[in-house]
Design a protein. Sequence first.
Length: 461
Amino acid sequence: MGKNQLRNIGIDVIGTIPWSTHFCQFYDTKQDLIDILVPYFKTGLQNNEFCIWVTSEPLHEEEAKQAMGKAVPNFTQYLKRGQIEIVPYNEWYLKEGAFNGQRVLNAWIDKLNQALSKGYDGMRVTGNTAWLEEKYWRGFVNYEEEVDKVIGRYNMLTLCTYPLSKCGASEIIDVMGNHQFILFKRAGDWVLESSEYRHTRHDFEERGKELNCLCGVFYICEKPDITLHELYQEVANLLPQGWQYPEITCAKITINSKEFRTANYRDTDWKQSLDIKVRAAKVGAVEVCYLEETPEFDEGPFLKEERLLINVVAEQLGESTERMRARKGREMTFQAMLRRNLTPLEEGFLQYGLKGFSDSEMIELLLCHAQTRKEGKKLANEVVARYKTLREFLTTPTQELEQIPGMTPNNILCIRLMQEMPKAFLKEKIIKKPAYKSPQEVFDYLYYSMRDLKKELFKIA
């Protein structure tokens, strides 16, 4: 919409300003309003702009029309064709009997859209705040803050007028905080003062958004169990919050041709981007776009601090990509090494469990685990020759196992573990149950806990 086009404001001390300018006038008298607002609107009419003047005391609707009629030739023609509207405050700010900032803000935007559809370049407006009662002050300040945020996206010039007689020190500070510059009289002349307070506050707000965004990126990158794809998507979703206009900001992260986008992503001419690199080689890019045209700043519509932010984000994504890929590579290498050292029986057990294993194969699997394959297989053959079944082998007392040639302490340890673990498991399982569902459960427990005993002892509690 040509936000950067300079417009003649019609006020000598100001000269030209870009669309989206939001400024204010502190006045003392009715004539102060006429001196500023009449040339302001006269220039707007001459420059093909739609105009709205919201009046209040001390300059009412009919007086405003008279003042414009004296200064603008054929002013009635402008009124008849609807290029300017002059309305009292109660029909604009208090239209429904009370002040509603969102309703008023929406009404400005609706008027602008109508004006643009009729071929006007944009809209200039003013509103006199002399009507403001104390009960409406805080709500109006919040509304002005929203105007200051929203107007940056539109072809609008907004001049707010405040009576000095109703503004104390705190009210003046509130007003200064929501306007780009201020007009006031000094020694009889109108002077222009930039609102440093506003700029300072705005800068703090922007730095806060950028810092929060960066901390969020660091937090996501340090999540212990996050995958790379999850990381890229979460960072993409977070990025718009760090830019000036998050509500019209979208983001995309591209890694090896795979894209991770915000839900509202659309490629536009207003974008910032930077390559993501791993060891100096490009692996992708991070991109932030505005969905609408906004005012020019340091880098097109972007702040120089936003360039620093996207630089750090791209660097962090590169580091996280390298770190997580390296970790995944190490895990795959470790798994491959494990697989290379497994016997066919061990491979089969890991994939399918003991299903389909014969007793002799289970004995070999158990014994080979505690010594070399060659020694384990030889010992397994000896055991199978002595004990015909797995159960007979596993119930052999330790003293007898020690007499088998080639049987090592590690073998015996594994066998003892095989004997004791089912016993412990079944004991816990049966004790925790309020009732036994089957004789088999009782048998299993008694078998594993009593099979090595030479004397049996029963206790009933």
